[in-house]
Design a protein around this ligand. Sequence first.
Ligand code: SF4
Length: 716
Amino acid sequence: MSGRSRQVPGVCPLDCPDTCSWVVTVEDGRAVKLEGNRDHPYTRGALCEKVNRYLDHSRLPGRLLWPLRRTGRKGEGRFARITWDEALGEIAGRLRAIIDRDGAQAIWPYYGTGTLGMIQGLAGSGRRLWNALGTSQHHLSICMSAGGFATGYTLGDNRIGMDPEGIADARLVILWGANPLVTHHHIWKFVEAARRRGAHVVAIDPVRTRSADRADEHLAPRPGTDAALALGLLHVVVARGAEDLDFIEAHTLGWEPFRQRILEYPPARVAEITGLPVGRIEALGERLATARPTAIRIGPGMQRHAGGGMAVRTITCIPGVTGDWRYPGGGAAYDTRAFFQGNWAALWRDDLRPPGTRVLAMTRLAEGLLELRDPPVSALIVYGSNPAASAPDQGRVRQGLAREDLFTVVIDRFQTDTADFADILLPATMQTEHTDLHHSYGHAYLGWNPPAVAPPGECLPNSEIFRRLARALGVTEPSVYDSDEALARAVLDSEELRAAGITLDALAERGWARLGQPQPWAPLAKGFPSPSGRLEFYSSRAEAAGLDPLPSYTPPYEAVARDPALARRYPLALIAPAGPHFLNTEFSNEPALRDKSGPQKVLLHPVDAVARGLADGDVARVFNERGEYLASVVISDRVPPGVAGGSKGHWPKLNPGGTSIAATVMERDADMGRGAVFHDNRVQVERAAMTREEFARAFAALGGAAVRGQTASVTA
Ligand code: SF4
């Protein structure tokens, strides 16, 4: 290794529960290698296919390098280079005028999961400034919200669950709507460790995923029927008298009414709802009755429908009945962020916010831009997000973004579909170029990410952009100017972290730290952080929110039984989870990964393909009343009849037809937390007018645009 070479530990910032620790090798100021940290107990030296290309991605020719001002029509994507002073002066002037005319709530700071860091990303960046200005608040409803609220009603904290490392100690592992081999593979080593010790591994998913292939058993219920299945499994447990009455007595609330609810779901009824054979439900129920501990990994995809919150709530109650919460290796893992007991109040400074500011849900963007009044949304500041590609009801979202009277600032690393609508486009740093602090929604480690290299061009960290914007706006609140290090020290300043010996200096030394908990660990063995201190089968808080206080099954909005006429027009239930090549819409413009992924695809069971006269590789139009997209047909028995499969994350403008799956998704809330309903989506599929050859040519041509970036669209 050269004398000018150094190694900088850091953290993967992406929307993934594994929150990998990585090491960047820097030579002569250039990052030459990025690899998984071998010393980290969860990462163990491995990243994933996507992030192995992170350094190449950070150097794509299309990387935004300086501020830009729009020169073409909104959506056209034509820009001219300007200076930072010009950009910030113009943004401050426009925002000030909007505040004077409509009030600060006319500004919507719109952020997504592009980076999960506490300083640059969704947990914190900009929040002090937005609070000081009194803008509308942003509700991050796109990902885990319904399930988070469900966990909150049941366990008392939206972000608590079992320690996923404990899965190694389980005797039965249920991957419920989770496909870790594709989306968070680091957990798999604990699954395999459990299996080596004799555990049985079950995948529950309407699609036969890669993880289902490797499980011992796969159950494919109808989409959106998971709560009914959970109740049916509990019926078997109760019928055998296998409930853990000691645990129920000591640690739960509302058992008797919940028991009555369970008895309403005998396996025969559940078989009708889920489409699963009675025998399979009974057999898994039998296993659940006897296998201690049982670990359930809940994936976020299964809560993106009308009853998604209730589904997670019901599944989270299973270990309350079997008593599995009492064992290391038992319980359910949906989110683990509550393992980090940081000083959020000090980081966020919500005390600066005027009382009563409205909250806008990110998955209701079209409604927000097209229908909201008093005040209307007059300015949109987008960072870490690509809503023109990912938000529901894509057609109306684009209509809203095209509003001439909407002032839009986009902060990003690439010229996304959303960036094409920006008035001002600002270049952001990537993770190797800035400071950040990360906890995880899938394990119990904290990570510190210092900048490994200088940013290219004139890119700036989000945190620095917001400090400069505050100055341009003349904000007098001093805390909005705190440095990144001061922000990190603020959130680390808690009793719990001090007791665990976690300081910024200690973190900076090694790059990561376990959050003070023992191993093996059963975080909820001694009680729950709910108002009663118990797991609440009966939740008065759910009742007060207008929900059934007991776990229950809520059919999808577009369930056949709810609207048979709709189901005749749109006979296929579309499921589009994360694929192996993109992370949300990140990497969709990365040439190597895009080549591997190919264009958008629609998986059809042979029965459904034959009924439509479609063959493998044909070009199909996938549509409903909301919108449509083009996709290449893949005939596969990975999906059952009546289900169409796809994968999310494609940039519309890089795919023939210029739209993506979100064009067909309804803009409507799930039952809890205003969660999105991406998988509650009925479509029809038919042959498209485009031939295979035309489709392939169009996709290849758009690949050129994927990397040509500023040189083609920017007047320098
Ligand atoms: S995306 Fe997930 S698996 Fe891949 S490197 Fe990042 S944290 Fe690890």
